[in-house]
Design a protein around this ligand. Structure first.
Ligand code: BG6
Length: 490
């Protein structure tokens, strides 16, 4: 594994702890080694010391010395500038030595933990020195982080550039949401059980809500975030994964392309919005100062590296419609924002009401509808809300919850969410990675919104206080249809 950007935050927080967790689970091949590449002029030994610090800080579990020594011996470091043509022949030589010492069979994957401007450039230069070519039975793969483009056009250009240098089977476009157990569980829940799929359609489902609420602000990433905004940062990637897994048809197998074909079909079936529809069905917001968990936090425009008159959105809500037989007329409401009152990602499947209520003292209007909630994070589980009789001499109904909690059944595994994804790169399973067509389909959904929002800059920012559920227009969006967001408050 070659990590470009080995001194960066992603490597420290996620890649190194994930590799260590794989080593602990005995899932790292004995024939595995890592070459870190970054600008800093440090030695292999310095790099190894740094790795220990990073793993200690981010792993959350003590380091096991018995595993550590054989783990850290596999790490090497090389200083260099990604723009420099001379770096790549040196990488090639170093890989040849490491390959000999660790018997890695010339199977290399390159993890681009870098700024997006380097994605095409690094693959180009690797290719120029023969490091992307797959001959004699070995493989070469490249892992690309997000953001994959900043709109439809740029995503297409990046795809074209990469596909000139490598074939689709060599390209692993990562979306860390697919590394989350609870996201993978959406497929297990739907397709390993006989009872849900028959009612998973427009006859029984009233609507779907997807909420990705974060309490954090921009966490020192102001300069990136102010260029991107929440729509680009969260919707074409993470939220599209949640939508496609929740709504896709059952694949014919768990083969990577069978699954991704179905996800791509759904993304293509999302109705493109006209300008009028964007105005009616998409809401943007930016937080002002406020209070979260009893603590005062500054507004977005006061954050580091954010211009004081920034018009970048930190909140988005939308109503999407999927044009196919299963979902016609079933709205998918989504919302995501920074500085919400709680960190909570969940998917609510709301079923249609019982057509007629026999119980004298409870009218249909007072009954909560059946909701199935997929809790993605931080709570991990599934709950079903239904009506039950309140004990007592008269027949009265109340709403109760049936809960499944992951942790209660399976305990808690130390995990960063990257273990499965890295392991999949090593064994060559692309199921949880984005194909070129999926990335482009995700951008196609948001592109009309990006265009219109650019043409009509917001006038009322900031329009929600930190620590609230977004601007009032987000509530109006769903309430206009006679529905309500389900807010989880802890
Ligand atoms: C990243 C975004 O892709 O996802 C961040 O760039 C966001 O802005 C993060 O905070 C959310 O990920 P998670 O795993 O914390 O839900």
């Amino acid at each position: 594994m070659v990590i470009f950007g080995a001194a960066g935050d992603l490597t420290a927080r996620l890649l190194l702890p994930a590799l260590y967790n794989l080593a602990r689970a005995d899932l790292l091949s004995k024939e595995f080694a890592v070459l870190g590449v970054a600008r800093a002029q440090i030695s292999d030994d310095d790099f190894r010391k740094r790795i220990r610090e990073d793993v200690k800080q981010y792993c959350g579990e003590c380091i096991d010395d018995a595993i550590w020594d054989s783990f850290v011996r596999r790490f090497y470091y090389m200083a260099g500038d990604f723009n420099d043509d001379n770096l790549y022949p040196k990488v090639k030589d170093r890989l040849a030595t490491i390959d000999r010492d660790h018997s890695t069979h010339e199977n290399f994957f390159y993890y681009l933990a870098t700024a997006p401007k380097y994605f095409g450039l690094i693959v180009n230069k690797l290719s120029a020195v023969g490091l992307m070519q797959q001959n004699d039975g070995h493989w070469r793969r490249v892992v690309i982080e997000k953001p994959f483009g900043h709109d439809l056009e740029s995503a297409k250009i990046l795809n074209q550039e990469l596909l000139k240098l490598a074939n689709e089977k060599q390209i692993y476009r990562i979306d860390h949401y697919l590394g989350k157990e609870t996201v993978q569980n959406i497929m297990a829940f739907r397709f390993a059980n006989g009872i849900f799929e028959p009612i998973w359609n427009r006859r029984y489902i009233d609507h779907v809500q997807i909420s990705v609420a974060e309490t954090v602000g921009v966490e020192g990433r102001g300069s990136y975030f102010d260029q991107a905004g929440t729509l680009r940062d969260m919707v074409p990637n993470h939220i599209m994964q949640l939508i496609s897994l929740t709504s896709m048809e059952p694949p014919i197998s768990f083969d990577a392309n069978a699954v991704r074909d179905e996800q791509a079909k759904i993304l293509h079936a999302i109705q493109p919005m006209s300008d009028e529809e964007v105005l009616a069905r998409a809401v943007r917001g930016q937080y002002g100062e406020g209070t979260i968990g009893g603590e005062h936090v500054p507004g977005y425009r006061e954050e580091e590296d954010v211009p004081p008159d920034s018009r970048t959105e930190t909140f988005v809500a939308m109503k999407l419609l999927i044009d196919n037989w299963r979902w016609a007329d079933v709205p998918f409401y989504l919302r995501t924002g920074k500085r919400m009152p709680v960190r909570n990602t969940h998917i609510v499947i709301q079923f249609r009401r019982a057509p007629f209520v026999l119980f004298r003292d409870t009218s249909v209007e007072h009954l909560m509808p059946n909701q199935l909630v997929l809790h993605i994070q931080p709570e991990e589980g599934i709950s079903l809300q239904f009506a039950a009789k309140v004990p007592g001499p008269v027949m009265r109904l109340g709403t109760v919850d049936m809960n499944f909690e992951y942790q209660q059944y399976f305990g808690k595994q130390p995990s960063t969410g990257y273990e499965r994804l890295l392991h999949d790169c090593m064994i060559g399973d692309q199921t949880l990675f984005q194909r070129a067509d999926m990335v482009e389909a995700g951008w196609s959904v948001v592109n009309p919104v990006l265009d219109l929002w650019k043409a009509l800059p917001p006038r009322n920012f900031p329009n929600y206080a930190a620590g609230t559920w977004g601007p009032k227009e987000a509530d109006e969006l769903i309430e206009r249809d006679g529905r309500r967001w389900r807010n989880f408050t802890e």
